[in-house]
Design a protein around this ligand. Sequence first.
Ligand code: HMG
Ligand code: MG
Length: 302
Amino acid sequence: MSLPKKVKLVEVGPRDGLQNEAKPVATEAKIELIHRLQDAGLPVIQATSFVSPKWVPQLADNAQVMAGIRKKPGVNYPVLVPNRKGLDAAIAAGCKEVVIFGAATEAFSKKNTNCTIAEGIARFSEVAHVALEHGMKIRGDMSVCLGCPYEGEVDPQAVANLAREFDQLGCYEIDIADTIGTGTPGSTKRVIEAVARHIAIDRLSIHMHDTYGMAIANIYAALECGIATFDSSVAGLGGCPYAKGATGNVATEDVLYLLDGLGIETGVDMQQLIAAGDYICGVLGRPTYSRAARAIAAKLAA
Ligand code: HMG
Ligand code: MG
């Protein structure tokens, strides 16, 4: 199959990235990061989560972040919601798109959302119903599709089953996440093929964490399967607080370097993206995890 000509990049740094930072990040800095990312051309920015602040205190300022964003026409700002309470808060904050999230294994479901997979789906059926009534879009994110920190290997069929549930709830897009970054190109293709038997490939997205350094290879494998939507995180920020040892998401700069090199259109400007990464790394007081950003900075300094 030929590679897609255009790719949609979904920036998850402000949500997946900052949910995992030990040091609190000021609300103003989160808003500034989102502004810089949208100015760099990112069409979708996961802005925050309306989850329990007892579980993820880093994103307790969700409503203030949403209120502070200078919304750019054409950009979507989805937020994660785990239940009806989160949805109601997201509606009150004026959100137009929500992300519901589940896991392909029972153990991860319990650790991340304190419920079984089936209980999660039951919760989300009410969330989805109300969200659709409000004219919102819903995306479904599926964790631990390529390995689980508690159960080990994951059967692609378990991922396909969850995808079918999310499809029935009305998700327009379904995300296959490698939460702990253990996937390889072969296992990535196998899980995509299992899910694509039920859901059209243009409704699937891929969300790679780069723990084993496989993320770019896996993204290339996914491109070969026809996937054209990828989650990534500026400067490689991120991780899941309930997946110990998992590093950040693949860096948006590294994915963009791959796509630019393949001549695939994204609408994202590398220099502005690197500047957004430098900004948040300055706030966090540490260097970028993006290899492309480091290499480009070194070349410019030479
Ligand atoms: P629980 O403790 O079973 O729920 O948590 P609860 O209903 O008993 O609520 C506990 C307290 O939280 C109560 O407060 C609730 O009111 C409050 P109290 O009465 O004790 O004062 N609460 C809320 N507050 C604000 N907003 C809400 C909300 N819900 C409850 N929405 C629950 C169950 C699902 C709420 C919890 O487990 C939770 O919030 N989990 C979210 C964990 C999370 O955000 N993980 C990271 C995101 S997923 C991810 O990163 C993976 C992804 O990137 C893909 C990948 O890489 O795999 C997407
Ligand atoms: Mg993630």
